[in-house]
Design a protein around this ligand. Structure first.
Ligand code: 6PG
Length: 240
């Protein structure tokens, strides 16, 4: 769907989180969600940390994971977990044992293996951002990591900041029950168009094809501004 502004995008994404949480808890008694990193989801995280979403989400039955992490201390401004702690986690009443940051205090290979053990086979909801170069999580164009078939979490190097990172791989991402891209800003409009409209593209974002789940995109008007298909230009009905 297309939201008018970044704020509307954050609100819409927060509602998606809320509805997915309520549905998963009603059916399975727990909700397994993975957050994405970067600037775009921060507003959604803040919205989840305040009313009305804060008291709507069944936090006691929610588990939070991350799609990727920079290999830096949790106190670093580059830490995805650290930012999420500020934006959302410290404002909600969630058991500490339900928060699953990627470990950054051991050898990266060991950390990836450890996280893979901790990671459920199927997440209920996974958010992804989109880099201007078409990357998702810490899967960058042209890297071998994109071809990983078995491991669900691996260490990689790349991106900005150019540090070692841990990332979920496509097999983990594509197993999620619901994958939602959050993309904001005119500087993303060209890559959004490529990923959504060029059937030949091999960019990482185009490799997201949930095996059994749903894929959706929440764009703001600027990120959607170069899409040519008119169907993309209709705001989604309010209740979908
Ligand atoms: C990272 C993220 C990355 C991010 C996109 C979009 O570590 O940088 O994992 O995949 O989600 O780059 O980031 P923005 O929302 O800041 O544009």
């Amino acid at each position: 769907m297309i939201a008018e502004t970044p704020v509307a995008l954050a609100e819409r994404a927060g509602r998606v989180f809320l509805e997915a949480a309520q549905a998963a808890v009603a059916v399975r008694g727990r909700f397994l969600a993975a957050l994405s990193a970067g600037a775009t989801p921060r507003e959604m995280h803040r919205a989840l940390g305040r009313e009305p979403l804060r008291s709507g989400v069944p936090w006691h039955a929610t588990h939070i994971y991350w799609g990727d992490e920079r290999y830096v201390s949790a106190h670093s401004p580059e830490s995805n977990y650290g930012l999420a702690r500020e934006d959302i986690l410290k404002h909600i009443d969630i058991p500490e044992s339900h928060i699953h940051p990627m470990p950054v205090d051991m050898d990266p290979e060991a950390a990836a293996a450890r996280y893979e053990k901790d990671l459920p086979e199927v997440l209920d909801l996974l958010f992804l951002g989109l880099g201007k170069d078409g990357h998702i999580a810490s899967l960058f164009p042209g890297q071998d990591a994109l071809r990983e078939q078995k491991r669900r979490v691996i260490p990689v190097k790349g991106g900005v900041p150019r540090v070692t990172r841990l990332t979920m791989t496509l097999p983990a991402i594509n197993r999620a029950g619901q994958v939602v891209f959050l993309v904001s800003g005119r500087e993303k409009s060209a890559v959004v168009r490529t990923v959504l409209e060029d059937p030949r593209t091999q960019l990482p974002a185009a490799c997201v094809r949930p095996v059994h789940g749903y894929l959706s995109w929440i764009l703001d008007r600027e990120a959607a501004s170069r899409l040519s298909k008119p169907s993309w230009d209709h705001p989604a009905p309010r209740h979908t």
